[in-house]
Design a protein around this ligand. Structure first.
Ligand SMILES: NC(=O)c1ccc[n+]([C@@H]2O[C@H](COP(=O)([O-])OP(=O)(O)OC[C@H]3O[C@@H](n4cnc5c(N)ncnc54)[C@H](O)[C@@H]3O)[C@@H](O)[C@H]2O)c1
Length: 279
């Protein structure tokens, strides 16, 4: 990762939903936004402020306002955007780095899903993007020609067995991004998703067999897995004016994983572990 600032977000303001701790993708994105000259606000749910160290991030990012809201709560989001308007003013970008599945956490198989958890997972991981955009619009806080970005995973397109109901949540998240992208284009506002490699974070590590999924992706992707800092650098380009005609896209940031079938490294590994003929 380069520490160089290109000043790509100089003069821009934005809010980042979901930084929990130093491993969080949202955390790394906030640091990169700040490095690139943006003025920030940071948000997370109240319980996360006790579990993580989001307050430290706010301090590091130029005493960024820390706005507490459950991203599934209409009232809390309405209050957040009204507060944002007075603390930061109108904004150029929104980053959605929020996700959670209680079915995954409690290791409940997809076939016997708990529907309360399933609905909650969709609310937190996907519908929250709808609510965030909606209430930002209703508060009149989003500037023209801005950028909205959400983080996703290739489970939206292909089934990753241990990704469970998050496969479904990511498919919905990407659909919401496309729908809003088409509706906000007349104001020059782009809406995209970045489909990131498996990354060691709180959410990532909660997935059963995460290490195996991580290694598999790393062996298949021609460039290897993209790490959190690299994700943040890529996100910067999508928040900047350099990508002003990119919208309604799901953009893979995965070292080429999404276009790969098999790799030499995986072939060698599988050949070494092949059962003997006839077995
Ligand atoms: N880690 C990976 O392997 C990976 C890969 C691709 C995409 N992603 C996506 O990146 C995003 C960030 O996840 P991460 O891996 O950095 O993990 P993380 O656990 O650091 O971040 C998830 C965040 O969601 C927040 N959150 C949960 N419920 C919320 C609620 N009701 N309201 C507001 N915030 C809430 C958590 O507090 C946490 O800060 C998620 O959308 C995740 O699915 C992660």
């Amino acid at each position: 990762m380069t520490q160089t600032s290109y000043g790509l977000l100089k003069g821009k303001k934005g809010i980042i939903f979901g930084p929990l701790n130093e491993q969080s993708l949202g955390w790394k994105i906030a640091l990169a936004c700040y490095r690139e000259g943006a003025e920030l606000a940071i948000s997370n749910v109240a319980t996360a402020l006790k579990m993580g160290n989001t307050t430290d991030l706010a301090r590091i990012c130029g005493q960024a306002p820390l706005l507490v809201a459950d991203a599934t709560s209409d009232d809390e989001l309405k209050a957040l955007f009204s507060e944002l308007k007075t603390t930061l003013g109108e904004i150029d970008f929104i980053v959605h780095s929020v996700g959670m599945s209680a079915n995954i956490r409690k290791k409940i198989p997809y076939e016997s899903t708990n529907y309360i958890f399933y609905n909650k997972g969709l609310e937190i991981s996907a519908i929250s993007l709808h609510k965030i955009i909606r209430y930002a619009l209703e508060a009149g806080v989003l500037k023209d020609n801005g950028s909205i970005l959400a983080l996703t995973y290739i489970g939206a397109q292909r089934v990753f067995s241990q990704y469970n109901d998050m496969n479904d949540a990511k498919a919905l998240l990407e659909a919401i991004a496309r729908n809003f992208g088409s509706r906000l284009a007349d104001r020059g506002i782009r809406v995209n998703t970045v489909s990131q490699s498996p990354t060691r974070t709180s959410a990532g590590s909660g997935i059963s067999n995460f290490d195996a999924m991580y290694e598999y992706a790393n062996l298949l992707a021609p460039l290897g897995n993209a790490n959190g800092e690299e994700c943040a650098d890529y996100v910067i380009t999508l928040l900047s004016d350099l990508s002003r005609k990119v919208t309604m896209q799901n953009l893979y940031h995965d070292g080429g994983f999404s276009s790969a079938g098999i790799s030499e490294k995986l072939l060698k590994l599988l050949e070494r572990n092949q059962p003997e003929a006839g077995v």
